[in-house]
Design a binder for this molecule. Structure first.
Ligand code: ATP
Length: 680
């Protein structure tokens, strides 16, 4: 068996790590199935899967057994050796001392027909038992309801704006949509439309449209998070997650101040870039809320990175803060939670003090974390169970909205009959984007991709939306157009360099546009496109490539350097300092610009083109996204959705329609037992 695995390793089908692990297991027990199972679990971990499920037809190194015989990749191996019948795996694995049930450390753990590495089984257990053990927080309902009422006073300016110049029927539809009106028959529409068109004040409109006929999901999310020590607010871009959490923090700070125990609040995100964005949007949201200065002062103006909060120990997997040295905080808000992998989530939960509240924000439809697990997705899948009666009653008491008749979110495919509500009672999904309105192609395209809806995908590009465009890439002309468009889009930041503009302005200008790619290698990947764009810019005289480093070279940091304060995902631009030496300017989360000598930078790469994976946690006004001309298993629904939703105002897609449709119909499912643990 080891020989066969070695061939697979030499062919690049499995990683050296997978082979070495199999070898280690083989040295402990020579049963060939164990080496095979160990290599497969390790291989799957590299693919982001926390475990392998032995319950049904499982794959071997990513290949269905049925395709095994024909597979070209397995040509050189003795397929009979690898082909241990799957119905034998469970029973044979159970009989060995290498596979345990988790009660004591063994290299592999078999739990509910899922095979894990011991460490990952532990991570999953830590996360699930933490989330299930978190419970209801005691609130003075009347007091909290009053504060929520003030904090979530309706802002009609958005609705009034959306109604401008529209027909009465459309105006009515807009008002119903934006105010989440559930019982429209009870309203006097003639008077309402008149008041909206006269931009009547909030008090008048509040009387005409009482809260009892509406469902304000942002208010419900805040009430829910106030009532639980663990909560998740999930939604796509611009659905108001930050707005909601800022008001929630104001509520909690106000309640704490009244009891002379103002909470210690911390805000974090997985990357420096995401932390900087959170800092910016919390700042914007804070300026708009209706609370006292004392309350406002309790809400941090600055977000940090998760790694910095936990305290990285150089060269070690653990953190300064752990279960023996807990964090000092009362409330922790974690943004972009979809980027957090299972091990990191487990470390974070271990380090949280028992009394602390944890609030996760994120978009469940985005790509999962780079490393194993899909923690946010697994948690949010529990939303299909809806709220328990107790939770609905509490939310009704806190918000004045009626929730009893609400349909639970889209049914999950699981057939679990009796659900545990401890997690579903902690979730709130925000669905309406206040950034992309009905006239937004970006929003419509993102939705079509998310729904895997071929008809909408085909019509969205011909519906007259001005903010989206698609070009075919298969022809050379499409490829050349892509290069030329990118070169022109980068012109505006490069033009600032000879003008000796402030580094901050140059960085801001660069951030206006980004080319995103699905792949790393090849002509459609970042490797090929970085080179092509560089050449085009050189030809236009916008850059002067004299060596590896040249003025205007944009670089992306790909490894954290806690000492320098530079993090994976940070973007810097090379500029010439007053002393004529080249330096790379970065904007740090505190908004300061710092310059570094190129030789001091941690791992980095040129970033005229960026992978969609790396763009997570960032947004750009204008995005060009390129998908390869041929099908590739890497192109999934989540990948394309994540790329589309990085664009705020303009998206140009370079892709064949078939590839886009295929991607939209290929959602990723990562193997993990977390969802099952959470709902049973
Ligand atoms: N209920 C609302 N009425 C009107 N405007 C709103 C409402 N909620 C949010 N907005 C506005 O929509 C924009 C996006 O809100 P916010 O930043 O809170 O969303 P988000 O979900 O955190 O976005 P992202 O995922 O991009 O960080 C902001 O300009 C905000 O002021």
């Amino acid at each position: 068996m080891l020989n066969q695995l070695q061939i697979l390793e030499q062919q690049g089908i499995i990683r050296p790590l997978d082979y070495q692990f199999a070898k280690l297991i083989h040295s402990m027990n020579p049963d060939p199935l164990l080496a095979l199972a160990a290599a497969n679990v390790s291989f799957e971990l590299g693919q982001g899967n926390v475990c392998i499920s032995l319950a049904s037809d499982f794959t071997l190194f990513g290949l269905e057994y049925c395709c095994f015989e024909e597979s070209e990749s397995f040509r050189l191996v003795d397929r009979d050796t690898l082909d241990i019948p799957r119905d034998q795996w469970l029973a044979r694995l159970k009989r060995t001392d290498i596979v345990g049930d988790g009660s004591e450390p063994t290299p592999l753990v078999l739990d509910n027909k899922r095979l894990y590495l011991y460490r990952y089984w532990q991570y999953e257990r830590i996360v699930s038992s933490f989330l299930k053990s978190r419970s209801v927080e005691l609130l003075d309902t009347e007091e909290a309801r009053g504060i929520l009422q003030r904090l979530f006073q309706r802002d009609y300016s958005y609705v009034i704006h959306q109604c401008k110049g529209k027909s009465e029927a459309t105006q009515k539809a807009e008002i119903i949509k934006w105010l989440d009106i559930e019982s429209s028959d009870q309203l006097d529409w003639k008077t309402i439309l008149k008041a909206i068109n006269q931009s009547a004040d909030a008090d008048t409109l509040d009387l005409l449209i009482p809260e009892s006929v509406c469902l304000n999901w942002q208010k419900i999310a805040a009430a829910l998070a106030a009532s639980r020590s663990f909560s998740v607010i999930s939604g796509g871009p611009g659905t108001g997650k930050t707005t909601t959490v800022t008001r929630l923090l104001a509520l909690l700070a106000e309640l704490g101040l009244k009891r002379n125990s103002p909470p210690d609040i911390k805000l974090v995100a997985p990357t420096g870039k995401a932390a900087a964005r959170l800092t910016e949007s919390i700042g914007g949201a804070l300026a708009k809320i209706n609370c006292s200065e004392t309350v406002r002062d309790r809400i941090p103006a600055q977000a940090g990175t998760l790694h910095r909060l936990l305290g990285v120990i150089p060269g070690q997997a653990g953190f300064v803060h752990n279960k023996n040295n807990r964090l000092h905080l009362d409330i922790l808000v974690v943004d972009e939670a979809s980027m957090i992998d299972l091990p990191l989530m487990s470390h974070l939960l271990d380090a949280l003090p028992d009394h602390a509240r944890l609030i996760l924000l994120g978009d469940r439809d985005q790509l999962s974390s780079v490393e194993a697990g899909s923690v946010l997705g697994d948690i949010c899948a529990a939303a299909s169970f809806g709220y328990s009666n107790e939770q609905s009653n509490l939310l009704e008491a806190l918000t004045g909205h009626t929730l009893q008749d609400i349909e639970p979110a889209q049914a999950h495919t699981s057939n679990i009959a009796t659900a545990d509500h401890s997690v579903s009672d902690s979730l709130c999904l925000l669905r309406k984007s206040y950034r992309f309105d009905a006239h937004s192609g970006i929003g419509s395209l993102a939705q079509a991709v998310n729904n895997g809806d071929q008809v909408s995908l085909q019509s969205v590009f011909t519906s007259g939306f001005e903010d989206i465009e698609r070009f075919s890439i298969a022809q050379n002309s499409g490829y050349q157009l892509l290069i030329q468009q990118c070169a022109e889009s980068y012109r505006h930041y490069l033009d600032l360099i000879p003008q000796k503009a402030e580094p901050q302005h140059i960085l801001n200008a660069f951030n206006e546009f980004q080319l995103l790619c699905a792949l790393r290698e090849g002509p459609y990947g970042i490797a090929g496109l970085n080179e092509e764009i560089q050449n085009a810019l050189q030809q236009k005289g916008l850059i002067d490539i004299t060596g590896q480093w040249y003025e205007g070279r944009p670089v992306l940091i790909t490894r954290n350097d806690h000492g320098l304060g530079l993090y994976n995902g940070d973007i810097g631009i090379t500029i010439r300092g007053a002393d004529d030496r080249l330096r790379v300017a970065f904007q740090l989360p505190d908004k300061q610009v710092r310059e570094f000598l190129p030789s001091r930078l941690p791992e980095h790469e040129t970033v005229f083109a960026m992978t969609i994976h790396k763009s997570q946690g960032s947004e750009f006004a204008d995005v060009a996204m390129v998908l390869p001309d041929k099908d590739n298993p890497i192109i999934t629904r989540e990948l394309v959705y994540t790329g589309i939703t990085r664009a705020k105002s303009k998206l140009t897609l370079f892709s064949e329609m078939e590839i886009l449709i295929k991607a939209a119909k290929s959602p990723t499912k990562r193997q993990s037992g977390l969802y099952q643990r959470l709902v049973q």
